[in-house]
Design a protein around this ligand. Structure first.
Ligand SMILES: NC(=O)c1ccc[n+]([C@@H]2O[C@H](COP(=O)([O-])OP(=O)(O)OC[C@H]3O[C@@H](n4cnc5c(N)ncnc54)[C@H](O)[C@@H]3O)[C@@H](O)[C@H]2O)c1
Length: 340
């Protein structure tokens, strides 16, 4: 496949590009001819994250905006793209509360422009190969769960609570409409919270590592009882490759790590691991470092996902053990302090 990865210099996109061009995608039944990374390089984009594929002749980087229809059309044509993996996004909930505009533009308008450009591209050049638009969404579009509720699955109703999740929900609906109205081969995935290398330092895990290493208070929203499902980014990338290879157009898949953790417990675990791996740098126990701060407005209480469909139909399951994955992630940030 000749694949366009949008947002490919971001956290998940860069891990995905390296995965697609590594030696594993054939395990998902995928034959990768080329990968084109299209990224606007906002504050969240980081080109060094693609260093592992920088000299691979199958990889091309293009600096551009998914909202720019002319650029997107050129890329699709010149690189004879037959699959789009759409990850370009404004992704930080706190920023969406302060400035929703960028989220509406990139997440909603940008997705619409990309869908339309891909539709026109297939009308002119489609046929033959498997063509696919893989729209990468989030579990946050389903809103929040109470403690005893069953986890979200593909049939859960939409109930987004933040400007971020609302902009993603809007883009999901547009992607669905392009499938239903124009027959565009679209698949949407909903993943839970990712962790791993190259995540921007504003996100929970790297942020806590940075604060702990500086000896500064670890800010935990509310009472820290919010529950999230965590998945290692490598498991998410394997899932996306599997969906690209064998997913059914028009279908949606939830991708979860079967790993629900309260925020407060996650922060404690991070400090414990730092105490082990860098005992000379973190000198106070977690409970002395943690500082409870005013809760985020509209903060969702719990996310959990039931990934039975993708396991049953496509044979994918998360394989990275959370303790091992978190430890590896903390070590990775200790080895890359410039990214904190
Ligand atoms: N990180 C998670 O835990 C998580 C979980 C579920 C779903 N997702 C989804 O996965 C996708 C990737 O998330 P991430 O965590 O890697 O995000 P990220 O913020 O780390 O990366 C986003 C990338 O998109 C690029 N970008 C932003 N606006 C753009 C535009 N207009 N045109 C082109 N590129 C643009 C940025 O430069 C950056 O490289 C998003 O769609 C997000 O909603 C993320």
């Amino acid at each position: 496949m000749r694949i366009l990865v949008t947002g490919g210099a971001g956290f998940i996109g860069s891990n995905l590009g390296c995965h697609l061009l590594g030696d594993k995608p054939h395990e998902s039944g995928l034959h990768v001819e080329s990968v084109v990374t299209l990224d606007k390089l906002t504050y969240a984009g980081h080109l060094p994250a693609l260093n592992d594929v920088a000299h691979d002749p199958r990889h091309h980087f293009i600096h551009g905006d998914v909202c720019d229809s002319a650029t997107v059309a050129d890329v699709l044509r010149e690189h004879r793209i037959n699959a789009v993996m759409h990850l370009a996004s404004e992704s930080h909930v706190d920023r969406s509360i302060e400035n929703p505009e960028d989220f509406v533009m990139t997440n909603y308008v940008g997705t619409y422009r990309l869908l339309e450009a891909f539709r026109c591209h297939l009308v002119k050049n489609g046929g033959g190969d498997r063509n696919l638009f893989l729209h990468v969404s989030t579990d946050e579009v389903f809103g929040t769960l109470d403690p005893g509720d069953p986890p979200f699955d593909e049939d859960s109703p939409y109930a987004p609570n933040s400007p971020y999740s609302a902009s993603k929900a809007g883009s999901d609906h547009m992607a669905r409409a392009y499938h239903r109205t124009y027959g565009l081969p679209v698949i949407t995935t909903h993943c839970s919270n990712n962790y791993g290398p190259w995540q921007h330092s504003e996100k929970l895990i790297p942020h806590m590592i940075r604060m702990a290493l500086c000896g500064r208070p670890l800010p935990v929203y509310g009472d820290g009882s919010q529950v999230r499902d965590w998945i290692h980014v490598s498991d998410h990338c394997r899932a996306l490759a599997t969906v690209l290879a064998r997913g059914v157009p028009g279908r949606t898949y939830v991708i979860g790590g079967n790993c629900e953790i309260r925020n407060i417990d996650l922060v404690r675990q991070i400090v414990e691991i730092l105490n082990e791996l860098a005992p000379d740098r973190v000198t106070r126990p977690a409970d002395e470092l943690i500082a409870f701060v005013a809760d985020r407005p509209g903060h969702d209480c719990r996310y959990a996902l039931d990934p039975s469909r993708i396991t049953r139909e496509l044979g994918w399951r998360a394989i990275v053990d959370f303790q091992a994955g978190l430890r590896g992630t903390v070590q990775w940030y200790l080895d890359h302090p410039e990214l904190l």
